[in-house]
Structures are given as C-alpha cells and as structure tokens.
Ligand binder design. Sequence first.
Ligand code: CA
Ligand code: CA
Ligand code: CA
Length: 377
Amino acid sequence: MSIWKRIRHLRTFSMLTGAVCTSVVLLLGNGCGGGFPPKELAEARITVNRRTLEKKLFFEDSSLNLVTDLRIGNFDADLEEEILVLGSNKACLLKSDGVRKSCLLYKIDNLLDVRAVDLDGDGTQEWLAGGLWGTPSPALLNMHGDVLWKYDAKYKAMGDPGIVDMNNDGTKEIVLYEQSRGLLFFSPAKGLLKELKVSQPVAHLKTGDLDGDGLLELVTSGFDGVMTVRKNTGEIVAQKKLPFSYSDFELVGSDRQAVSQILVAGEDQLYAFGPDLNPVSKLDAPFARYLHVAAGVRLPAAGRTTRGESDEYASILNGRGGWHRSVLYVNESSGPLIYQEILDENFQSICQFRSEGSGTSFLVGGRGKVWLYTPHR
Ligand SMILES: [Ca+2]
Ligand SMILES: [Ca+2]
Ligand SMILES: [Ca+2]
C-alpha cells in the first residue's frame, strides 16, 4: 500500500481536529494548546532508547539567547576547524572541544532565526536573519556583525528569508515573502530585483538544493496546506496539498551530500520529500501530531560509509502550541525510531559533529546552550 493510501484514513481525524487548529497555528505561529503541553509531553524524559546516547553540556552562554544555527567549518584565518554558534543576540566561535574562541554581539537588535549563508559565494559566511510574522525585519550581516542589508517591510513580512540565484548570474539573492506583495527578491547592493505574485499567502519559506544540480530551490507552504517547490527563477516545479495537517517544515541536508530533503511532521510520522514532493522516507515519530520540524540533519549511520540510504535522521521538533517543549528524534532512514527524548526547553538547531565507529555524534542548540550527543560504545 502506498504511503498516501495508508495515511488517508487518518485524514478525517486531522480534518476535524487539525484544520481549525492548524490555520491558527500557521497564521500566528502559536495558539492551539494554549500554554500547556499535551500530557504525553508534560515531563522531560527519554521515551525510546534503542541506542544509548551520552548527553553532555558542550557550551553555555545565556546572552546568546536562542541558538538558531550551528555550523562546523574553518571560519577564521587559522587552519583549524571551529564551531559557529549563531544565537538571536550574538555569535560565538568555539574550538572543536567547545572552548570559546571569540563572541560578538550583533550591531542590530531583535534578530530572530539567524542562519549562516554564503550569499556571494566567496567562501565566507554571511548571517541572514528573519523573524516571526509581523516582527523584526529581515537583515543580512557580515561575520563582524555589521548590517549589510535590512528590509523594513511596509506590510507584514514572514520570517525565514532564503537565498536563491533568481537570475542565474552566479550570485544569490535574498528572497522573502511579504503579505500583499508576494515573493520579493533582493540584492543587498541593488535593492529589489523582482516581485512575484503568488496565488495563496505563504506561511513558511525555505531554500535549499533539492535535486543536486547546485542551484537552490525555493519551497513554500501555504495556510491551505499546499506545499510548492519553485526553481531558483520562481517557476513552479511541483505543488501538492499534503493529506495531513502540518505546521512549519525544514529542509534537511547532510555533510556528505549537498542534496536537501523537505522534512514535515504530520500525524505521528515524519515525512521526507524529494523535489517532486513525493516521499523519500517515512519515519516513526510518536507525538509528531503536536509538533512541527524546527531543525534536522541526515547523519551517516553507525558503521556505514556508503552514501544515501544508510543515512539516519536526527531532528528537533517543537510544539505547535505556545508551550515550551522540544522532542529529539533519531530515526533509521527506513523509518524505525532509534532514540526519542522529550526536552524540557526549546531547541532550534542541530548539526553533525563527528563520525566514529560507534556512530555519529551531533550538537543540538537551545536557549543559551549547546548540547553534545555521542553514541555510547
Ligand atoms: Ca560570503
Ligand atoms: Ca543572482
Ligand atoms: Ca537544485
């Protein structure tokens, strides 16, 4: 039986209980469930433990506020690898053992959802910030925290601006959705390059390379449950109404493959979609009906070195309501859950750390904290 057929019978429940709730959640980013988590998520605990993961506080700095992106790479002039930690107030560079190398505050306040991007392709990272519905304007900073570009939206702009090369000139542009105008494509130097009307309001927007051709695609979801994949130029390549209720989604990649997949939580499953919006993987995810995907990464499976199907998924899901819980899932790509932990705080970022014989360790970023999870031998 196809995945779609199997989930169809769950749809009625979703339509009844999910539709109203989802619209509110999509519109406001919170609302359903009020201030309290569902009873299954009331307590922080490990609920599935097929693989023991050792959890250790790796870095702590409360003035980071929420850690929204984590990257491993060489970000300064030396030859060593660092860990870049981007928070909503400041950025820190750590040595590979988690010791602080340097930190700086952004020269602009009230940033949300800060992510590392290389907009101009020169090998150095810029930091792209967004915001929630109706709150701070999107901005691009350089590694020193200077503001390279900022957009003061007249109408409500959605968070999560992305980057695509919309005119195929080799330099990426910033794309964001503004209510009543549509998709807007900006060059930090030249300003607004293009305005693209869309038929339905956009709730969420993400960009990533879904087909491996080196060009980033643009993925949007609407309040009507329709997901759309567009080429870098804005042309629609796939569009589908997902047959379950969902909130936000994420594009998840891996260290070894540039190709990202679209990860969405629906019913008690996680679905990974390819560029045609057909499912690539379906993962067991108890309680996912209360949650949306906040961050995810594909990790090399323990003892495997081949590409592709042996990857595991590690993902962080947050509550669709206004309550503070995250759930960490580690799944085999064929679906079974390896590890699940209900976390008593909000997490927003995850990245691969090291790959060893016993498996792959990863970092998870929360409010002022970065945790290291290492598979136990
Ligand atoms: Ca750059
Ligand atoms: Ca361009
Ligand atoms: Ca592509």
